[in-house]
Design a protein around this ligand. Structure first.
Ligand SMILES: C[S@@+](CC[C@H](N)C(=O)[O-])C[C@H]1O[C@@H](n2cnc3c(N)ncnc32)[C@H](O)[C@@H]1O
Length: 251
């Protein structure tokens, strides 16, 4: 997936602006915020944050293939990538102000260990921002499910919001916010079909080849009949957890 991820999951310029605006309130431009992008993949958000904010960004990623793609872009001094996983984050205690997990939580095998590690590396009162899809919040993906109905069953198996909150709250965080962010994934159905052709989405990768081909043929047909191109908008869940040790120690 590392080979097709950059183009198959590239952020549209609208989506990049949307997410930079969502994250901006958590970045203190006066103090050179340290951001951990956990499960950074090819680094699309690491690069976005390094460019959008005067922050120090580190992308941690277990896949050497993903890391190789992330690292081959031009170097900038406020961004670094390193090998590691959510269960064993290779950073010092309290070395980050903010941790960002985009479509990573469902990949992590040991959620308790990951939340413990996040509590260790995030400074007191810092935030963990989780962007993703959850098994109990699936109405944000009408286009995907319309053309590839089998992806719904894949997504239903993902951790739920409630399960996720329980894990974070057991490990020193409180849920500060949960909302759905509307993201312009593609400017048109045609542009969306070009992305899906690369099959870089996890749910598309997990359905059968026949199901994938049938869905792709049907979206290509719909594109041929799309007279006025309209954007493909998806609803992505956004959770904010605040490190709670200040409150715990005061209690
Ligand atoms: C869907 S990709 C998301 C990549 C990136 N965050 C983004 O939004 O573009 C999921 C990433 O999680 C990584 N991953 C898998 N298991 C992990 C783990 N235990 N800890 C951290 N990252 C993991 C994968 O290698 C993959 O790069």
């Amino acid at each position: 997936m590392s080979a097709s991820y950059q183009s198959g999951r590239a952020l549209s310029s609208e989506a990049a602006s949307t997410w930079a605006a969502v994250v901006a309130p958590f970045v203190d431009r006066r103090t050179n915020t340290k951001i951990l992008d956990l499960g950074a993949g090819t680094g699309r958000f690491s690069w976005l944050f390094a460019r959008a904010f005067e922050a120090q960004v580190v992308g941690i990623e277990p896949s050497t293939a993903m890391l190789a793609v992330a690292d081959r872009e031009a170097k900038v001094k406020n961004l670094a990538f390193a090998a590691g996983s959510g269960e064993a984050i290779p950073l010092r205690d309290q070395s980050c102000d903010l941790a960002w997990l985009s479509h990573v939580w469902h990949h992590i095998r040991d959620h308790q260990a990951c939340a413990r590690e996040l509590q260790r590396v995030v400074s007191a009162g810092g935030h963990v921002l989780v962007r993703g899809t959850f098994g109990d919040q699936l109405d944000g993906f009408p286009t995907l499910f319309r053309f590839w109905p089998a992806t719904r069953q894949i997504c239903q198996q993902l951790p739920t919001i409630q399960q996720t909150v329980v894990v974070f709250e057991a490990n020193g965080f409180v849920l500060a916010e949960h909302r759905r962010v509307q993201q312009t994934t593609s400017a048109s159905l045609g542009a969306f079909a070009e992305r899906t052709r690369l099959r870089a989405d996890t749910a598309l990768a997990l359905i059968s080849d026949a199901e994938f081909r049938e869905g792709q043929a049907s979206i290509e047909m719909a594109v041929a009949h799309e007279h006025v191109p309209g954007p493909v908008i998806e609803g992505i869940e956004f959770l904010v957890f605040r490190e709670n040790s200040i409150r715990t120690s005061a209690a």
